[in-house]
Ligand binder design. Structure first.
Ligand SMILES: [Zn+2]
Length: 206
């Protein structure tokens, strides 16, 4: 793509680094910003910089947070003995939207995926195992998407905590195999948490 302006070219190049944004879309967005009042671009860049500089990760569940402890972990009315294991903040948001879960979360930050070079040590697994072994947990619920990576991750964690005397369950598969959690509708996702099944049953029946 040939640009008549180096400034436009630089903005387009940066914008097209984002996932799903090709050069043409980036150019459309850049030209759109140019047509908007100048402040609009200021608000956008300030929001991005503030987000990048001030965002924190909850010291307990690793969810993205504005403070050292996220609002869910800091909420004393929630059941801290039930932990729902999810991949990232999008899953936390999807489950919170169902209004059906009153426990807390543990955010792994991804799934084990040898193809993508993601091993267990890159995920927040150790802190979860420590939490379970400390005896403060009654139940954990696996809520990863039912892809091969999700199943591998569930099983890796399960092996490390199978000896602990807690309930280990997995969300019911109203969520079809291969579906990402965030795309499930709220009713289906809510039901699949309420009708969760014992984890051992889930893989022994297969
Ligand atoms: Zn938290």
């Amino acid at each position: 793509m040939e640009f008549s302006s180096k400034l436009i070219e630089k903005a387009v190049n940066e914008m097209s680094q984002l996932p799903g944004i090709g050069k043409r879309t980036a150019l459309r967005l850049v030209l759109h910003l140019l047509k908007q009042p100048k402040e609009q671009t200021g608000f956008l860049s300030q929001a991005l910089i503030a987000m990048r500089e001030n965002i924190k990760y909850c010291s307990s569940c690793h969810n993205i947070s504005d403070s050292m402890m996220c609002e869910i972990c800091a909420n004393k009315t929630r059941n801290h003995q039930i932990i729902c294991i999810v991949e990232d903040i999008r899953d936390v948001m999807a489950i919170e939207n169902t209004g059906q879960f009153r426990g807390i979360y543990h955010v792994l930050g991804g799934k084990i995926s040898p193809i993508d070079g993601v091993g267990p040590s890159q995920l927040n697994i150790t802190t979860l195992v420590e939490k379970v072994k400390s005896g403060s947990v009654n139940e954990i619920i696996f809520a990863l998407s039912s892809t091969m990576e999700g199943d591998t991750t569930n099983f890796y964690i399960y092996k490390q905590i199978a000896d602990c005397e807690i309930i280990i369950s997995t969300i019911a598969r109203g969520i079809s195999v291969g579906d990402e959690l965030e795309y499930a509708d709220e009713v289906t996702l809510g039901r699949s948490i309420l009708q969760r099944v014992a984890f051992e049953k889930s893989f022994k029946n297969n």
